[in-house]
Design a protein around this ligand. Sequence first.
Ligand SMILES: [Cu+2]
Length: 539
Amino acid sequence: MRERGMTRRQALGIGGALGLSAATGLSASAALARMPSSTGAELRSAVPLPPPFRVPLPIPSVLAPVSTSGGVDRYAITQREASAEILPGVRTPLWTYEGTFPGPTIESRRGRPVTVTHRNELPVPTVVHLHGGRTPAASDGYPTDLVLPEGWQEAAMPMGHGSGHDMHGMQGMQGMQDPRAVVTRLTRDYTFPLDQRPTLLWYHDHRMDFTAPAIWRGLAGLHIVRDDAEEALGLPAGQRELPLMIADRAFAADGSLAYPALDPTLRGQPGVTDPYLAGVLGDVILVNGAPWPVHEVDAARYRLRILNASNARHYELEAVTDDGRRLDLVQIGADQGLLAAPVTHRVLPLAPAERYDVIIDFSGVAIGSRVRVVNRLGSGRTRDVMAFRVARKATDGSRIPRTLSHDLPAWRRSDAVRERKFSFRTGRMRGGHGWLIGGLPFDPSRSDVTVGLGDVEVWRLVADVHHPVHLHLVGFRVLSRSGRPPLPHDAGLKDTVSLRPGETVEIITRFDGYRGRYLFHCHNAEHEDMGMMANLEVV
Ligand SMILES: [Cu+2]
């Protein structure tokens, strides 16, 4: 695996991060003017890469329940090693849910509980988090609530044992105690009431210190919640509804996924090598696990349910026809479900962990031609994402209602019982580089924020570089960006908001659902592993 020299991207990654944090007098507008496209450094693959738009778009299989009795859908997922042909002619070993990347999709109904029994046959402990789920704390996948593989030696556990190792600062949380951790061996039942708005959720690994490399190796899958009201809207459905999990990766010479882990076994020392401290970017764009895929479509409306499952890469998506026209991307939903009314974009920004529910209309596109989905922030091969080939004329009974939903929360600033401010910045952690919230690296045993069940609060989130900030348990609304109104793509109910360099974003939410210990954190997965999480206790 080769690394680029000191590329512009890399200079703007960690170099940009440190530069901004040092420039204390820098105004927000000046910071935005120098905004890099992503925060991170790019790995370069060491195998030949296929041309774009040749590999068909895979659709992840829908998992069949083991049982549906007693009002609960029960599923079983085995976490195990597998290999897949991601690049044509290349075998790539993966860590998977049920043998595939992405893992199988779970389809569920609003208010109908789902229990998933996860069995860990991987060589390391795991934790499952359902991102965007309104989930009781015991099933929310707190990072120390480990599921240990069979035969895992206590002494090898990164948690709960003081470490005398004299490693540099990126060793992270090693040796930290968490008396509240609930550790199980081999299996764990995760129960999701799914008493929430219908939307696209995703499940992924959330293990303390090792979330980023575990997701990178394949531990991610989709979970869709539906209800009757949404289905009655007449949106494109069936074959014309496509989940799109976008994620960048890089490949080593032996076909494995390249990742700059300090400990490639992911058993001991956490963290990545210095050039990648700001985030790991790959040079291959995968959609549903396939490189730059192509999908044949009717000349009709399609519903694209887009997830950015990348560790650190940001996208600005455009849909461009062969004759250079940009198609409208009509947003109908955000992270936490339908908007009140559609919002039309020509360019759709997409930060790690964000989801956008988008309608695209291929009816005006010449039969036999292509629509390329491109990332305006990419360069070279990373500019392409995927393509649609418009294959045939077709009838289209779908519609996009002017009103999509009536149940969005309308919290006002005056409803808030408290305002809080959190900075998301680089800093020193255990003698080295870390990513800090409010000046502190994550500590499971520390109480950071305690909120009352049912309280409405306004949070002011301040960034140095890009930080996609995610709250567990609740959805929120974006109130402002650096004193200005929210951007068009901030509409609706979100659970992840993209803080851009130098920006201050205000959000408002009500902490309802369940009491217990939750998290909020940066969803740049490398930042998250290097300290950028905090405890959120609902009492
Ligand atoms: Cu971050």
